[in-house]
Design a protein around this ligand. Structure first.
Ligand SMILES: NC(=O)c1ccc[n+]([C@@H]2O[C@H](COP(=O)([O-])OP(=O)(O)OC[C@H]3O[C@@H](n4cnc5c(N)ncnc54)[C@H](OP(=O)(O)O)[C@@H]3O)[C@@H](O)[C@H]2O)c1
Length: 326
């Protein structure tokens, strides 16, 4: 079928385009053309989805039957997609757990039991919740929204797992959050999510799905051990108590990517994923995800460390201060 990826040249969207090509679809991507080109075999359509004329202009020449939407970040983008694509046979929308009012910190029960944002704020979570409502109303029964948790894998330019891999590969004494090592964390490989999204669009599946790995998948410490095994080297953990990290100005999630302070971490990854499992979202071995990500990072395809601020990772001076005397 003719399958349009909104996005498709960067991380998750690129894997969606690849999965759709592998499943024999006629694939087009729709992007501004800033983040690169789609995988070979997909046609690259260009325009800014915030511009109401852009999608109708390109769709006049190529009209999709299925859509996987990985790039919706604004209310304008949602309205424009709803206006241009309401008639498709299947529409899988990538939302976020941030669409829920109570996340973080959670915990989150089954999808329909949890309230989502309904405020006008121009923020990530409220915008995703708005987009779900507007596009869902236009598409109707063939609309599925995947509220994604943490997504990792090759082509992940966000550089959270990437920072840990680079830092652990460099070796030596490494600051780790003492209480954080045991905190549960669950992740979804972008390739598992991408293939599943394509199947959901093909099948015209409807409803809302918490799209993340299972609750008991691993811990932050377990993930870091996998990173150490994959990169090799002599990295040694130096556990620093949470109180000391916070007093030194270490920001959770930013300076130590993937680390959440205990108050949030206790419940953040306790998210009901029964529906995702019932609908066939699989979770490959974490070792494979990390190894493939590391292989991609060492390849020539790796982009530069993101220039956006704040860039993930512990600044060198802060690391030095935290390690001193330990
Ligand atoms: N990464 C995570 O852990 C995570 C967690 C939860 C949810 N999500 C959601 O997952 C989705 C995928 O994230 P990703 O980082 O993998 O994104 P992605 O789909 O790989 O990249 C964004 C794509 O959208 C295109 N794009 C951006 N702005 C555009 C615009 N105004 N008009 C047209 N195209 C535009 C970009 O191309 P150009 O720059 O060339 O336009 C790029 O191809 C996002 O919706 C994100 O909110 C991600």
């Amino acid at each position: 079928m003719r399958l349009l990826v909104l996005g498709g040249t960067s991380f998750l969207g690129r894997h969606v385009a690849t999965a759709a090509l592998e499943r024999g679809h006629d694939v087009a991507t729709f992007t501004r053309g800033v983040s690169g080109e789609p995988p070979e075999g997909a046609r690259g359509l260009h325009g800014d989805r915030d511009d109401p004329d852009a999608l109708p202009r390109v769709l006049a020449g190529w009209s999709p039957e299925l859509v996987v939407d990985t790039s919706c970040q604004t209310r304008a983008a949602a309205r424009n997609a709803a206006a241009a694509l309401g008639g498709v046979r299947g529409y899988a929308f990538v939302s976020s757990l941030n669409a829920y009012r109570n996340w973080p910190p959670g915990p989150l029960g089954p999808e329909d039991a949890e309230p989502t944002w309904d405020t006008q704020d121009d923020d990530y979570g409220p915008n995703k919740a708005f987009a779900e409502r507007v596009i869902g109303a236009a598409v109707g029964e063939r609309f599925l929204t995947a509220r994604a948790g943490l997504v990792i894998g090759p082509y992940d330019y966000v550089y959270r797992l990437g920072w840990w891999l680079d830092r652990i590969a460099r070796g030596g004494r490494i600051v780790v959050p003492a209480e954080g090592l045991d905190q549960p964390i669950s992740l979804v490989d972008a390739r598992d999510l991408a293939g599943w999204l394509v199947r959901m669009a093909e099948e015209g599946r409807t409803g809302t799905v918490n799209a993340k790995g299972p609750v008991d998948m691993t811990t932050l410490g377990g993930l870091l051990e996998v990173c150490r095994a994959v990169t090799g080297g002599d990295a040694a953990w130096v556990p620093v108590p949470e109180a000391d990290l916070l007093a030194a100005g270490v920001q959770e999630w930013v300076h130590l990517p993937l680390w959440l302070a205990q108050g949030t971490a206790r419940t953040a990854w306790d998210v009901d994923t029964t529906r995702a499992r019932e609908l066939g979202l699989t979770t490959r071995a974490l070792e494979a995800t990390v190894a493939d990500t590391w292989e991609w990072m060492r390849s020539s395809q790796r982009p530069p460390v993101p220039a956006r601020r704040p860039a993930p990772g512990l600044p060198a001076d802060l690391e030095e201060r935290l390690l001193a005397g330990r």
